[in-house]
Design a protein around this ligand. Structure first.
Ligand SMILES: N[C@@H](CCC[C@H](N)C(=O)O)C(=O)O
Length: 277
């Protein structure tokens, strides 16, 4: 079957066009596609399905033509993927499945409707406003790092790295421990450190992430939104713009009274034919 490979700040995806929802994707097949040695290699799969043709998208079919069927690289589902949504929209626009208009483009996801627009060379996606809801902690290499649970449609735990500990030096080859009661379906864990202020931007943070279902990735869009929400809260601000530098580049998050815009590069890099195992 035909595939396209794309990424947003190094968070990479295999995009599978399947307008009629005819493809029988299984966790095993997704994991095989995402395998970096025996498959194409990716952090996740984005299946492009008509909203009306997918059981998780049908309820939104009156509002959005396309449903983003997102899967993590281990074959698990996630409710939302911020970088995935931006790459998904780039795909819709470049293949002519959607046309750029003055109005934001609606896309159906498991976390509800999101809206996208071109932002210069970048693609920006409007998601729900992140919600801080509990104090918690992550365990990493014998350390316990206090953090904040944040709901961005999917679950996040934002843990600032204490002064004296090097963010770049953290060993994220293994999954951090977390409170299984607070996060019964797992959690994406973001580790952060403050960065130099940038003129005209309300906050600037460095972030690394260990993603539920995909291990360490170069970037996580919803994670950046969670991090931005905590940074603004800590600065006693309700709204504002935060630059979040991830190993794969820079994401810009703008939190408004009732939503959250995530902006950054979204690129398609290859197309081809995949021989399904
Ligand atoms: N990389 C994504 C998040 C993907 C889903 C996540 N791993 C989960 O299981 O919740 C992003 O850019 O938001």
């Amino acid at each position: 079957m035909e595939f396209t490979k794309g990424h947003g700040t190094g968070n990479d995806f295999v995009i599978l066009p399947d307008p009629d929802g005819a493809l029988e994707l299984t966790p095993e097949l997704v994991a095989a596609i995402c395998d970096r040695r025996r498959g194409l290699g990716a952090d996740g799969v984005l299946r492009v399905v008509c909203a009306a043709k997918h059981s998780d998208g049908a309820a939104l079919a009156g509002e959005a033509e396309w449903f983003m069927d997102y899967w993590n690289s281990d074959g698990s589902f996630a409710e939302m993927c911020g970088n995935g949504a931006r790459v998904f929209v780039r795909y819709l626009l470049e293949t002519g499945l959607a046309t750029p208009t003055a109005d934001p483009l609606p896309v159906a996801t498991r976390a509800g409707l999101v809206h996208a627009r071109l932002d210069g060379e970048a693609i920006a996606v409007e998601m729900r406003r992140p919600r801080r809801y509990a104090a918690s902690a992550a365990a990493l290499g014998g350390l316990t790092l206090p953090g904040t649970a944040v709901d961005v449609g999917n679950p996040h735990l934002v843990c600032p790295v204490p002064a004296g500990l090097d963010l770049a030096g953290l060993d994220l080859t293994r999954a951090p421990g977390f409170d299984q009661t607070l996060f019964p379906s797992g959690v994406n864990v973001e580790f952060t450190a403050p960065a130099e202020p940038i003129d005209g931007i309300d906050g600037h943070v460095l972030m690394r992430v260990y993603e539920r279902g995909s291990a360490e990735t170069l970037s996580c869009g919803t994670g950046a939104c969670a991090v931005a929400a905590v940074a603004l809260d800590d600065a006693a601000r309700e709204v504002g713009t935060v630059a979040v530098d991830v190993p794969g580049g820079r994401l810009t998050v703008t939190i408004t009274d009732d939503s959250c815009w995530l902006s950054g590069p979204a690129l398609l890099i290859a197309t081809g034919t995949l021989t399904l195992p």
